[in-house]
Design a protein around this ligand. Structure first.
Ligand code: ADP
Ligand code: ASP
Ligand code: MG
Length: 406
């Protein structure tokens, strides 16, 4: 007998037939003698609809009310799944974030979980009841509803698994595991049987949205074994866990991409000490995350160009801040390009193998794809390219690193 947290994403609960399918899985886990907690997402498309409604109401809106609205999608699914489970003879009860409670900080739209009171849920599970918890939401220090950022139900599930001291956390979705690249773009992508927390963290943070980045961070910190599985097929899935010694290491484990970045170049920036601080200081204060950065040395010792990327969502605010600080920073003009994509190759084996970046540059050159910005870390190499070549580049790299399925 084990204690399990099962999470079902939007497409897995897209309609009542899907919810019935989920209920069958949950019941089977209970009948096998396990204690089961379930975390649900909103039905597919519902969160987007709610976000659109908020934007239509007012482009500039109060983020606390945004959360009050977008958190409602999960409430519907938690109630529906509980009713279906009850109709199958399972003792099920729904819980919203505030009812446990899942306490978060007060940063609306991307709140972080501070504390979870698992006592009520655990005592119900010990009696054989199923607790169905609305994902993606929590309660702020001043008792307002918060949300954890898009894709946040994954984080709810892992956090609950840690709080409930569950044996494992199962993430059910519309693919049967983590693949070497998004299988919707690279048909030859291969399913990975086992991936380390570290690699999954890098894949997720570089755009592989199969798991929310923070859910992986949390799984790693609390040592929660996570399995990614299909809710539609009975297949083994992917285990995300700590590195095991002598585990055979591929040099490159996977390739991730992110279309939600925008490139900004400030031309003729003064080449003097303190200029980077002058540019990025105001952006940091505005909580805008800058990702890739390149600065050239100036040919004349006077001015240079500074290029960097921000997320698409922060683009307008970034331009606004730069315009407003133009005189302090000192630059000629802002050149912006939103039609870019970042591709990252990831693998812990990179630590001990040379030539990974070069293989990437060569494969892209062979396809005539121009690299605009490069950045590296210990276990990844990222390049920024034109979005027009994204699919071509992903497939070429997948082949170049020998990742293609037979
Ligand atoms: P859910 O609604 O269940 O949370 P998501 O849409 O958030 O599902 O995540 C699943 C999707 O992630 C898949 O449909 C797939 O297109 C995408 N994806 C991106 N990269 C990968 C990858 N490396 N492996 C598997 N799926 C990936
Ligand atoms: N429903 C939320 C979203 O679409 C949370 C989630 O699905 O994980 O982002
Ligand atoms: Mg998701």
């Amino acid at each position: 007998m084990a204690r399990i947290v099962q999470k079902f994403g939007g497409t897995s609960v897209a309609n009542l037939d899907c919810i019935r399918n989920v209920a069958v899985r949950v019941k089977a886990a209970c009948d096998a003698g396990n204690q089961v907690a379930v975390v649900v997402s909103a039905m597919a498309g519902e969160t987007n609809k709610l976000v659109d409604l908020v934007k239509q109401a007012s482009a500039l809106h109060d983020s606390a009310e945004y959360d009050a609205i977008v958190a409602t999608g999960e409430q519907v699914t938690a109630g529906l799944l509980s009713i279906v489970l009850q109709s199958m003879g399972v003792n099920a009860r729904s819980f919203l974030g505030w009812q446990l409670p899942i306490k978060t900080d007060g940063i609306h739209g991307r709140a972080r979980i501070d504390d979870i009171d698992g006592s009520q849920a655990v005592s119900l599970m010990e009696k054989g009841h199923v607790v169905v918890i609305a994902g993606f939401q929590g309660l702020s220090p001043d008792n307002r509803v918060t949300t954890l950022g898009r894709g946040g139900s994954d984080t709810t599930a892992v956090a609950l698994a840690a709080a409930f001291k569950a044996d494992r956390c199962e993430i059910y979705t519309d693919v049967d595991g983590v693949y070497t690249c998004d299988p919707r773009i690279v048909p030859k992508a291969r399913k990975i049987d086992r991936i380390t927390y570290e690699e999954m963290l890098e894949m997720a943070s570089q755009g592989a949205k199969v798991l929310q980045t923070r859910s992986v961070e949390m799984a790693m910190n609390f040592n929660v074994p996570v399995t990614v599985l299909s809710s539609f097929e009975d297949k083994p899935g992917t285990i995300v866990a700590a590195e095991i010694e002598n585990m055979e290491q591929e040099v490159v484990t996977g390739i991730a991409y992110d279309k939600n970045e925008a490139k900004i170049t400030l031309s003729s920036v003064d080449d003097r000490p303190g200029v980077a601080a002058a540019i990025f200081g105001p952006l940091t204060e505005a909580e805008i995350n800058v990702d890739m950065i390149v600065q050239n040395v100036s040919a004349d010792g006077k001015t240079t160009d500074m290029t960097f990327t921000v997320s698409e969502a922060d683009f307008d605010r970034t331009i606004d801040h730069l315009d407003r600080h133009k005189s302090e920073i000192g630059f000629k003009e802002i050149l912006a390009d939103r039609n870019v994509a970042k591709i990252s190759v990831v693998g812990v084996g990179m630590r001990s193998h040379a030539g990974v970046a070069q293989r990437m540059f060569k494969a892209l050159a062979d396809k005539g794809v121009n690299i605009q910005v490069i950045s590296t870390s210990e276990i990844k190499v990222s390049v920024l390219i034109s979005q027009d070549y994204l699919e071509l580049a992903l497939r070429a790299l997948h082949t170049a690193y020998g990742l293609d399925a037979e």
